[in-house]
Design a protein around this ligand. Structure first.
Ligand code: CU
Length: 457
């Protein structure tokens, strides 16, 4: 406790300019060394932004702010998250091996925080472990992180406060090698994988939940994720970063890839593995590379079944049947916790689809998908194409999920979606994007549309 108190006291004693200064002095004149670096593309961060820097006497200076943000996952669904510089995940830091960086960090959160540089071998007092290597950075306070980068690869920064991580506080930290990787790639993308448990009509995720119903790539859920657009024949790298409660088996359709890097950096060629699915476990990063040699629209997505959907919420009981909850119902029953009778009985309220005790002896052949009997336009569509579907135990499963009637093509339209088949967006959800391997004409057309918007691909 005495240590904690002394950290708190030192946190209150601000250094020059209001910043808490590193405890050990650092050399200030380490110039960024870029000589001899082979040409390599800048890393694209679809739907995200890069953090700008200014050079100060050979040090690249970044300004990072932790703050509450509003992040639109898809049009019409915006969550209240915590992130950096206005977004969750935060902006991408892209840097070169050998650079010295200074990150001027400000805490605009209503509680203490600190930043950990995940996978970077920084001096101990730069490691961002509050209470161990540095004081808490209290609300309104600032802190200077400064170190020299002698690694290369795909890394990330994040709050080292577990529940803050779960509310979005992570961002990519990409370090280019002194000499370019071989073989070189034509395009390089970074994707941060995140998950949130946000029930309908509640914009604040439940960070205690283990059941996630919003799955994102760079803060967007499909179909709002921006497709990765490439020209037939290009070599492409995708950097996948995960910091959540689940691992994500990221699968690419139509082409095989090599795993060329991990969160530990570039791997020797003898370690490369040929796959089409990579399990990106928690706190890991993977670089995958492939030759875009198969033309078409290919999915790149998490293959956990529940991670290919948006806003999934299991419901049982009378609330799903269109006639509400009986007056005077007791609390366990209204929460879907039956003490007798089948769990899916009309006597029970909306719940989480879990029964216990005696209810397990009674069987009712019904699925627990939402709106089984009433409501959605998709139901009428399904009845039109499969009129007896409701008589089959297990129905419905996907009847109201992938569905052309639920498309939002117009709402998510952008140059990168140009030319996709009408209704495409009704078949995409969750942690999913498209890899578009395009011929010259289509690729150039999309680049022209991007340029007309005044942004770079
Ligand atoms: Cu997943």
């Amino acid at each position: 406790m005495s240590n904690r108190r002394s950290f708190l006291q030192s946190a209150l004693a601000l250094g020059a300019g209001g910043y808490i200064l590193p405890r050990t002095p650092r050399p200030r004149n380490t110039a960024a060394r870029s000589a001899g670096r082979a040409a390599q593309p800048a890393v694209a961060y679809p739907d995200g932004r890069k953090l700008a820097w200014k050079l100060d006497n050979g040090v690249k200076v970044f300004h990072l702010v932790a703050e509450p943000v509003r992040q639109e996952l898809i049009p019409g669904k915006t969550l209240d998250l915590w992130g950096y510089n206005g977004s969750a995940p935060g902006p991408m830091i892209e840097i070169n091996e050998g650079d010295r960086v200074r990150i001027l960090f400000e805490n605009h959160l209503p509680e203490p925080t600190a930043i950990h540089w995940h996978g970077l071998d920084v001096p101990n007092d730069m490691d961002g472990m509050p209470g161990i290597t540095q004081p808490y950075i209290l609300p309104g306070q600032r802190f200077i992180y400064e170190f020299t980068l002698h690694q290369n690869g795909t890394y990330f920064y994040h709050s080292h406060m577990a529940m803050q991580e779960m509310l979005g506080m992570i961002g990519p930290f990409i370090i280019h090698p002194r000499a370019g990787y071989q073989p070189p790639v034509d395009q390089d993308f970074a994707i941060v994988l995140q998950e949130y448990a946000a029930l309908p009509n509640n914009p604040v995720p439940n960070t205690m939940s283990m059941e996630f119903n919003w799955l994102t790539m760079n803060g967007k859920s499909a179909p709002a994720t921006t497709p990765l657009v490439m020209r037939l024949g290009q070599r492409v790298r995708v950097r996948l970063i995960n910091l959540g409660m689940d691992g994500h088996p990221i699968h690419l359709h139509g082409m095989q890839f090599w795993i060329t890097g991990t969160e530990g950096g570039r791997q020797p060629v003898s370690n490369w593995i040929h796959r089409n699915t990579v399990w990106v476990a928690v706190a890991q990063a993977y670089d995958i590379e492939f030759e875009a040699n198969n033309p078409g629209e290919w999915m790149l997505h998490c293959h956990l079944p529940h991670h290919m959907m948006n806003q999934m919420a299991s419901t049982v009981g009378p609330m799903t049947r269109g006639y509400g909850m009986p007056a005077g119902i007791n609390m366990p029953a209204s929460m879907g916790m039956p003490d007798e009778g089948p769990a899916l009985s009309a006597d029970y309220g909306a719940g989480l689809g879990r029964g216990m005790g005696i209810s397990s002896r009674y069987m009712a052949p019904e699925g627990n998908g939402p709106m089984r009997m009433h409501g959605m336009p998709g139901m009428r569509l399904r009845q039109a194409i499969a009129p007896h579907a409701g008589q089959v135990p297990g129905f419905p499963q996907d009847a109201f999920m992938e569905n052309p009637a639920m498309n939002m093509d117009k709402a998510v339209a952008k140059p990168e979606t140009y030319g996709l088949p009408p209704g495409w967006s009704g078949f995409m959800g969750g942690m999913m994007t498209l890899v578009r391997v395009l011929d010259e004409t289509m690729y150039d057309k999309i680049q022209a549309l991007i340029a007309a918007e005044g942004r770079q691909a």
